[in-house]
Ligand binder design. Structure first.
Ligand SMILES: Nc1ncnc2c1ncn2[C@@H]1O[C@H](COP(=O)(O)OP(=O)(O)OP(=O)(O)O)[C@@H](O)[C@H]1O
Ligand SMILES: [Mg+2]
Length: 311
């Protein structure tokens, strides 16, 4: 149902002052207010601790469909956030199912096959290292050569040599060593399981950012920024036509795709993410960014009465 009310965005509150947005999101929240949007606050610590009721205690009753913008949330906790909001007349504009699809690699991988490095995964609980036989079978499904290890959501790219990069998939001892170190470092935060991805050689396009983040609303690319880790804000705009069909097929209202230029000149999708938990480059145009959230209110769903959403 169309609505004329202002866009509401839930930002993470400052752990030291629950009445303010976390400093990391404060400038964006100010920009949203300047654009006529409404800011509400959620307690990310409480949400991750399993207390969704407390997490939403400061969200006004009857908020309707809202966006979330903040730190990453595991998919099951996101569903709890949605359920808690529904009990007070709100709902997340991105359903828990759509969030999981965009946030976790197994949710988006098939849709982006051909555009992204060949990947395989094994479900694994935190602290549980897959056995060498299982890893060898997983590796056998990838092309021979090097690989990258991550979980369903994140890598340990800053511990590249010890916990991310596997130089040779046919060496079971080093594969197991890198995966075991990855699982150890992820600790309780290991998301879903272990992913192996065929290594591809990426190059920086001149002086521009080595990886670009494309922000899509309802299947349309609306903003292209540098990846938040990039020291430079300048971007080379990739040809997005090959990616557009995959984003449309994923059918999520707000997603990001991170693209890198392969040495042979082909732009590749390194990663897909839910736009609500994708970090914005510090030099990105925040006014343009908040317009992605305030536009197309009519497309946001009206919440159903309460607590009936499947997880
Ligand atoms: N298959 C691959 N081939 C080559 N390099 C890769 C591959 N996968 C990842 N990388 C490199 O490792 C980095 C981290 O990978 P990825 O983006 O999947 O993990 P992440 O931890 O989720 O990162 P982010 O900070 O974007 O959330 C990428 O930016 C890229 O430079
Ligand atoms: Mg990434």
């Amino acid at each position: 149902m169309a609505t004329t009310t202002a866009t509401t965005v839930l930002y993470c509150s400052d752990p030291l002052n629950e009445r303010r947005a976390d400093a990391h999101f404060a400038a964006e929240a100010r920009q949203l207010r300047a654009a006529g949007g409404r800011v509400a606050l959620v307690d990310h610590d409480a949400l991750l601790a399993g207390d969704a009721e407390r997490a939403v205690a400061r969200v006004p009753e009857g908020a309707g469909a809202v966006w979330y913008r903040g730190w990453m949330v595991p998919a099951d906790r996101y569903a709890e956030l949605d359920a808690a909001l529904r009990r007070r007349g709100g709902a997340l504009a991105v359903t828990p199912q759509a969030y999981r699809r965009a946030h976790e690699l197994p949710g988006w991988y098939e849709t982006f096959a051909g555009l992204t490095p060949v990947s395989g995964w094994l479900p694994a609980a935190p602290e549980a290292v897959p056995d060498p036989e299982g890893l060898a079978a997983l590796a056998a499904g990838l092309p021979p050569g090097a690989a990258v290890v991550k979980d369903y959501v994140k890598s340990r790219k800053h511990e590249w040599a010890e916990a991310c990069y596997v130089p040779d998939l046919t060496d079971p001892a080093s594969l197991h060593r890198v995966v075991a170190r990855f699982v150890e470092l992820q600790g309780e935060f290991l998301a879903g399981g272990v992913v192996l991805r065929a290594f591809e050689h990426f190059v920086a396009p001149g002086a521009a950012a080595a990886e670009v983040r494309v922000w899509w609303r309802d299947g349309t690319p609306r903003l292209v920024t540098a990846h938040p880790d990039s020291p430079v804000a300048a971007v080379t705009e990739p040809d997005l036509e090959p990616v557009r069909a995959a984003v449309e097929a994923l059918d999520c209202p707000f997603v990001t795709t991170d693209l890198a230029l392969r040495a042979d000149g082909v732009w590749r999708v390194v990663e897909v993410g839910d736009g609500q938990v994708s970090d914005l480059h510090r030099e990105a145009d925040r006014a343009a960014f908040v317009r992605l959230l305030t536009a197309d209110q009519a497309l946001l769903c009206t919440p159903s009465p309460s607590g009936t959403t499947p997880a």
